[in-house]
Design a protein around this ligand. Structure first.
Ligand code: URA
Length: 239
């Protein structure tokens, strides 16, 4: 395992600045393997060293993976002055440095949002080359015609874009605003809204229900977040 500096360990695991980490050290609140540590440049093996703050073990997690039920009105960015972001609404206990949303949802789109500090993982689930499916429930202004559905399923070609084939399944087409499930393997800017706008239709509501094999748990209320288990992280990569 790579050795890391104690101040880096503290700032990454506690989500604080290096300055705050140094303050904790000065205040003698940190021990490493039972010995009070005061120097930020102490090198340690994060997997085997017992680092405690105020006597409480800080479990080392190289990366974290958080699932959030994104509410409407929140922006999927790491920081957006003047706006509330998906990072801002995380509970303090989940905050770490370098967290970012893995993929974008529009401000008015709700549902499954992944937040991580693992760049390679984010690339793997977002890159169209990896074909990780993103499933959405879309509420439309009017029903989709058979010919529109087959163009979407074949890979919609517009003047601006060549979209990859998508799966479209009716959920409730008898409703005044019909609902469909749509499954994409790419995530272009305003993709679903633009695909339906191409046919003169309008997206009234959009909610992401699934990424790969991981569904948004019903127990997670809008605005709530929780850490994923390693098994759930694996599920994302399954179709
Ligand atoms: N497509 C959209 O148009 N918006 C989203 O937020 C996600 C997919």
């Amino acid at each position: 395992m790579d050795m890391i500096r104690l101040d880096k360990f503290l700032s990454s695991q506690l989500g604080c600045s290096r300055t705050d980490a140094k303050k904790l050290l000065r205040e003698k609140r940190i021990t490493v393997n039972g010995v009070v540590a005061v120097k930020g440049d102490l090198l340690l093996d994060p997997d085997t060293s017992a680092v405690c703050k105020d006597g409480q073990r800080i479990q080392y997690e190289k990366f974290v993976y958080i699932i959030q039920n994104k509410p409407a009105g929140v922006v999927s960015a790491s920081s957006a002055p003047g706006d509330v972001t998906v990072i801002d609404i995380l509970p303090a206990s989940m905050k770490r440095k370098d967290l970012f949303p893995a993929g974008r949802l529009d401000r008015d789109t709700t549902g499954l949002m992944l937040i991580t500090d693992d760049g390679a993982f984010a690339h793997e689930i977002l890159s169209p080359a990896h074909h990780v499916e993103k499933t959405y429930l879309v509420t439309l202004e009017r029903k989709v015609t058979l010919s529109e559905a087959s163009r979407i399923e074949a890979g919609l070609v517009t003047d601006e874009e060549n979209y990859k084939p998508a799966v479209l399944r009716p959920v409730d087409t008898a409703a005044e605003k019909p609902r469909y499930e749509i499954v994409l393997t790419e995530g272009r800017y305003h993709q679903i809204k633009r695909m339906f706008a191409f046919f003169g239709n309008r997206v009234c509501a959009l909610h992401r229900t699934k990424i790969g094999g991981l569904a948004l748990p019903e127990s997670l209320a809008p605005g709530e977040s929780r850490k994923l288990t390693p098994g759930e992280v694996q599920q994302i990569k399954l179709l």
